[in-house]
Write a protein of this length. Structure first.
Length: 119
């Protein structure tokens, strides 16, 4: 199983980034996909999630209105478009796959991609 994030980097405040997470070796369309983020000394927090068919999305209040999660089941990829980025958005962003019923016991993490918002 692999989840490979990309698209992170250094961006100025107010800028945009699009993160991608390419999945392989599991049935992507059976999983809710999410993005989490973590900064040193803090717990990993949910940023956004999208259900298997893309019918339902959920966003963290801290980023709502500035981000959009989407997925392409044909490409086994989930995206996170982030706009109007702030310095406090600086974190390592992780991709997560959570199996939906009846395979809820399966969940996977990517290795993370660093996002740094700084002038």
């Amino acid at each position: 199983v692999q989840l490979v994030e990309s698209g992170g980097g250094l961006v100025q405040p107010g800028g945009s980034l699009r993160l991608s997470c390419a999945a392989s070796e599991f049935t992507f369309s059976w999983y809710t996909m999410s993005w989490y983020r973590q900064t040193p000394g803090k717990e990993r927090e949910l940023v956004a999630s999208i259900t298997s068919a893309g019918g339902s999305t959920n966003y963290a209040d801290s980023m709502k209105g500035r981000i959009t999660i989407s997925r392409d089941n044909a490409k086994n990829t989930v995206y996170l478009q982030m706009n109007s980025l702030k310095p406090e958005d600086t974190a390592v962003y992780y991709c997560n796959a959570q199996g939906e019923r009846p395979i809820t016991q399966y969940h996977y993490w990517g290795q993370g991609t660093q996002v740094t918002v700084s002038s």
